[in-house]
Design a protein around this ligand. Sequence first.
Ligand code: SF4
Length: 304
Amino acid sequence: MTTKRYTTFTTELRQRFGCRVQRIALDAGLTCPNRDGSLGIGGCSFCGDRGAAAVGVQIELPLAEQLQRSKEYLRRKFRADRFLGYFQAYSNTYASVGALRILYQTVLDDPELAGMIIGTRPDCLPDPVLDLLTELHAKTYLWLELGMQTMHDQTLAAINRGHDHTCLVEAVQRCQDRGLRVCVHLILGLPGETREQMLASVRELNRLGVDGVKLHHLHVLKGSRLVDDYQRGTLRLLEREEYVQLVCDALELLDPRIVIHRLMGDGRSELLAPDWSRRKLEVLNLIDAELLKRDSRQGCRLSE
Ligand code: SF4
């Protein structure tokens, strides 16, 4: 029984599979149209050298080997019983359907894998790829993660996303038409955004009817375009307490049906700032404490 005041992904997995299920972050060696020149070359301003890859993923290893090594580690550390293959780095639908089918099949072939999560951009979902994802969805437990980041086009342009919010809305709708589970990523603290703008993006998730969300704070990673602004002192990052308050405000507005996959990014070896985000557990505990102090929970201000 969870003591959290929001709908956690851990609980969703335990209820569905009846055991401890851990994500295994994978790097399939793909790239992204916002980096390879087909859309842009610099990438999104917050994206580091490794395209949002998890720390510790050994890209030089074949996928099956990445899976085996991570399973051993997660079994030891968390006593995990089953696993989800998480195609995390870069845009994991940005390849031919044939190549993608081979990648995804690696996960399907492993009996200890309970399903998979595929992270991508909303503009990387042509119909043949959606057909493949629909086929996978019928065979396994599948989540599609889409980068939304904000609903405000001015911010999307400023962070060089290379797509507007309409693109995300249409992608979500096309996935929902096929019955796919959709989780979107949202960043709090993007340059120039007010609290009201950030919470408008949170309310937009309710309107879109997504199934899950990953919340992140804006952080500065080595190799990202934000480094210059940060070093010049022109980039303001959220303080820890501001982020805690914002996350609690966001949770109160979010439909409790929406599964919270993450409330902040991980401390990473390529992190430059903010320093407080290296201590993730502390921040998560502060969020729990603030919800308790407010006596509030996910969705308690849904009607506002
Ligand atoms: S954040 Fe994702 S979409 Fe943006 S440049 Fe990095 S890999 Fe590409």
